[in-house]
Write a protein that binds this ligand. Sequence first.
Ligand SMILES: *[C@@H]1O[C@H](CO)[C@@H](O)[C@H](O)[C@H]1NC(C)=O
Ligand SMILES: *[C@@H]1O[C@H](CO)[C@@H](O)[C@H](O)[C@H]1NC(C)=O
Ligand SMILES: *[C@@H]1O[C@H](CO)[C@@H](O)[C@H](O)[C@H]1NC(C)=O
Ligand SMILES: *[C@@H]1O[C@H](CO)[C@@H](O)[C@H](O)[C@H]1NC(C)=O
Length: 377
Amino acid sequence: MEFVTLLTLTAVMLAGRGDAEGVPPPTGVSYVWLDLLTLRVSWKKPIGNFQYMYMEKSTGEQDKQSTPWRNFTVELLTENMVSDNWTYLIQTVGGPSVSQIIKSPKPRAEVNDIKCVIHKTSGTGINCSWIPGNQMFNLSYRVFGMNSNNNKKFTPCTRPYSSPTRNGCYLDHAKAEDSTCMLFETQTGYSTYEMKPMVDPPELSIKEEGGELKLSFSKPKVPQNCIWTYNVCYSKCNHPKECQNFIWNKEPMFVPYKKDCRYDFWSSIKAGKSCKGVFSDFGKVVSYNSTATNDTLTVVSIVLPIVLSVCIFLSCYCFRRYSSIICPVIPDPSAIFKEMMMNGNKELKTTGTLYAPVPEPIESCRVDPVPDYMLKS
Ligand SMILES: *[C@@H]1O[C@H](CO)[C@@H](O)[C@H](O)[C@H]1NC(C)=O
Ligand SMILES: *[C@@H]1O[C@H](CO)[C@@H](O)[C@H](O)[C@H]1NC(C)=O
Ligand SMILES: *[C@@H]1O[C@H](CO)[C@@H](O)[C@H](O)[C@H]1NC(C)=O
Ligand SMILES: *[C@@H]1O[C@H](CO)[C@@H](O)[C@H](O)[C@H]1NC(C)=O
């Protein structure tokens, strides 16, 4: 098939090169939006034994094969736009190309963080939610697929809901196995998105068995016949988290278990290509042995600094509180030391060979016994 195409293409290009000057560019190019997703571009001339090619400039992706048709229909998502317009280059094979700039009404709808969760047990019904902006819009949806007869209508959302942080709508007729386009229409513009269906995060149960932790994960009921890859992350004794992937087979996963450690687990799931990459967020953290905190690393890294800072704080506090009693001026350690030596034991008086502080005026430093009530307070 490809070989034949290649041959045809080569033949056409050779023919084109033969009378390159004679190949006129397309003229009378125009476009029409069949709906807010579907665009049809057509041109009037040249008519005859010509082949045409077209390409979207920013993506460079669309049909580079030649066709005898003087029109094409594509579905374009505002979500995928790299600028504020699409530019199509249309060419009579062997001749120069003309460009057609396609506009779509702006502004876009303000929706962020769209999440669409497939119904747990049935393949039909998808619960979509998003973080709204300050503007009103209407949501509708339809399956992708060329809409050349304009008979694939958008279905309006009929079960909207709102919450303090997220708004949403339950799409009754959306199906997990379809590719679905979501259309958010405001008074002045619109946005189109490709729905990326999700499932709930897997549920995890943990058991201790033979010195190991046995982890068992739930598997989504729908979509069916998917190859599920689990991503399981855990941290043990506050060590940095480790993650590992495994493909679902009924076997549980085993993790070596240290009894004086706390374990925290997170997991998410993703389906293979045959299920359009349906995925989940990470689930809630599931902990095991959550009372264990006497790990040496914990002691060193958390408890010790706390004890130290409390000690430092207390000594600062005590010193400040009694500083007027202990020493009325700047606490000069050498002065205190010297006075203690002089008043205490005169026989131990040091000579010049040892450290002798530079003579300086010594202010009187009275040390009163600390009254009992002050020590207790
Ligand atoms: C598109 O081109 C084909 C082939 O020339 C023609 O049959 C068809 O009617 C055209 N469609 C439109 C809407 O112009
Ligand atoms: C279309 O987008 C391109 C790329 O951002 C930009 O350079 C060009 O000015 C735009 N054309 C119109 C007519 O808006
Ligand atoms: C859709 O999801 C929201 C938020 O998670 C939830 O409150 C609501 O009950 C769900 N609706 C249905 C019909 O499942
Ligand atoms: C939503 O749809 C209703 C009914 O068709 C219409 O009256 C309303 O103006 C629409 N709202 C927006 C923001 O487009």
